[in-house]
Design a protein around this ligand. Sequence first.
Ligand code: HEM
Length: 444
Amino acid sequence: MQRLKSALEMPGDFGVPILSDLQFAASEGYCLLQKWQKYGSAFKMRLLGQKCAVLIGAQANRLVLVEQADCLSSYLGWRYFVEPPFGRTLMIQDGQEHSNTRRLMMPAFHSTAIASYFQTMQEIVQASLKTLATQGEVPLMDALRRMTLLVGVRLLLGIPQNQEIDEIEQWYEAQLKASLTLFRLNLPFTTFGKGQIARQKLKRQLLLIIAQRRQALRLLASQDALGLFLAAVDTEGKTLPDEQIMDEVVHLVNASHFTTAGVLSWAMFELAARPQWCQRLRCELEQVVGSGDLNVEQLRQLPQMTHFLKEIERLYPPTSLIVRGVVKEIEFAGYQIPPGWTIIISQFVTHRLSSIYTNPEEFDPDRFAPPREEDKKVPFSLLGFGGGAHVCIGREFALMEIKIFLASLLRKYHWVITPEYSAVAPVLVPPKAQNKLRVRLTPA
Ligand code: HEM
């Protein structure tokens, strides 16, 4: 029988504390890709002072997300980024606590609820595009983030449209910066402290809204996540406490708006350089929707758009990695990884493995069409939305928003992205390249 080796014997190195964190923060998924090329499918590194084992490939993803998930903790993996700015929300709960909360939150993400968000989402998307077409050249991510924030504020927080959106936008900006900063001093003038102040302000506003909602009753008829969370009761009569609901909706808006805006920015970037794909998607929309208004059923009948979006998810996953803390020893590739270590798997690296995807650097949405269906040959090959018990709860919400946006964009507008494609592609550090992109939108 083969001797199991200690995780310390893995190739790789722990690097210089803080310096290695800064290096990692600057290139994220690409840094892991380079290490994978050097060390192979299991290597060690240090992140935020923790000893990490990085496990690469579809088999590693399945092990971490499903087979050995009970030995791992999302709390220990993500708490540093999530708990101080957002509280102990679903994403950082484990075991029974996680499944209880997820069950109570699910009604807001079932297909019936998602369909009930369609009209509002479409109105916000169309109004945002109309405004964008009057603005000349603007930073792409700012425009998209504002739109996805509006959708989140209205459909997740339940705050009426356009109410103090500028202030809410600033609060989210402050919270996002606070969650990413490495220096966590809670003083009114520090990045971290400003995030804490923003969180309290947002919660004060939500307290008022929750009180109004409870007075107005008819919570089950709500067409937003806040109302459906307030109405949720499980089979044992348990409900979500108000404090928890506030934390969850605030975190949902954060988890949803920059990820969705990220996917949209790369979809616009790739389409702007690929007239043949614009043409294919426009033809599909013409066949399915004709010249009438788009409806929610039609969104399910767009295979070419689905393959195009899978290719965006593959090459530009908004989160490049998933982390878990080890609570009970696990084994991978002949190594024993003990409690106290952190496990990292990476969607960014998985999506670039030539053992799964043919010519992985090439932009080729047809790889997802039958008979190729490259993502279906091995489970856990396409991981943009995660997998297992913590799989993204907002996937259908995001996909509906993305499809409504692309359909409206392709049917009614032309756009130009600067700098031009060849100056940006191939994109190896998406979050960095994203902030350089600018867009000019004009009616078709
Ligand atoms: C393109 C958009 C999105 C992407 C790529 C994305 C990606 C992900 C990924 C990779 C995870 C798994 C994290 C893990 O296993 O540790 C996740 C979880 C989660 N996502 Fe998303 N997400 C997106 C949009 C959204 C939206 C729109 C919402 C809410 C409306 C949302 C809410 C959440 C929540 C609450 C979790 C934690 C679920 C749990 O732990 O049970 N996400 N997301």
